[in-house]
Design a protein around this ligand. Structure first.
Ligand SMILES: [Zn+2]
Length: 248
């Protein structure tokens, strides 16, 4: 698969694409289908992979895609076992996302970046990890003095930033250029493997800039709002904040 065929990285709003099957494999417990291009996100950076369907143009037969993943340089699709049969090499298909789920993940992911941006800007706390499911997520910070009062402040500040209609931009930079951006160091861009020449960044203009491989909405207004549903100590310094989306 040509890297240019990995469309999720350049157009997060593309929910369907016509493609050709270039490989089919028995996989482990599920058949694996490789297409010459795809809209599916393979998972990573705390964002789960997409789900959806592959529909064969010739006869309208369709298969459920339960997950996508990176394999070698490709994004590959895992068929739901038991759907019966499988597409064949050369078939022309439509690869279609479960768009409601993907869009919710995009909103959730952008909300988490807004949270990171606020916590860094207002408290200087570094992110150490994060994870999400559609509509809810968590982030871990090196944030010794976190408290319930601060959590309420953080929630209000994040919601103010989401309402401020910041554009969200994707950039791909040469490695050296990315390393020269002070903000990126806090998200541990220096941990990226040696071989990576291009660094993809997600910028919430005016708020947050991170090295990131995920899919995001184009403007913070699309996120809606967030509610902080909890926070926990994961040690003296490490604290976890949980959020969920609310429709603002
Ligand atoms: Zn991210």
């Amino acid at each position: 698969m040509d890297p240019a065929g990995q469309l999720c990285y350049t157009d997060a709003y593309l929910r369907s694409v016509e493609a050709r099957v270039i490989a089919v494999d028995d996989g482990g417990d599920a058949p694996i289908v490789v297409l010459d291009r795809t809209v599916f996100y393979p998972g990573g950076g705390g964002q789960p992979s997409d789900r959806g369907t592959i529909l064969r143009s010739a006869d309208g037969r369709s298969w459920t895609i339960r997950a996508a993943k990176k394999s070698g340089g490709d994004i590959v699709h895992e068929l739901e076992p038991g759907d019966g049969g499988r597409p064949e090499v050369g078939d022309v298909v439509s690869a279609d996302l479960d768009w409601a789920r993907r869009l919710t993940l995009m909103r959730t992911h952008t909300a988490l970046h807004a949270l990171c941006g606020v916590v860094w800007r207002d408290y200087g706390a570094l992110v150490t990890g994060g994870n999400m499911e559609p509509g809810a997520g968590r982030m871990d910070f090196e944030f010794e003095r976190m408290s319930g009062d601060l959590v309420a402040e953080i929630e209000a500040a994040v919601n103010a930033e989401l309402r401020a209609t910041h554009d969200v931009r994707v950039n791909v930079l040469p490695r050296e250029e990315a390393f020269a951006i002070p903000d990126l160091i806090r998200t541990k861009v220096n941990l990226l493997p040696e071989g990576i020449e291009q660094i993809r960044t997600i910028e919430i203009v005016g708020l947050d800039l991170q090295a990131d491989g995920g899919t995001h909405v184009a403007n913070t207004r699309e996120v809606g709002g967030i509610h902080v549903t909890g926070y926990e100590s994961k040690g003296r310094i490490n604290k976890r904040i949980r959020i969920e989306l609310v429709d603002a």
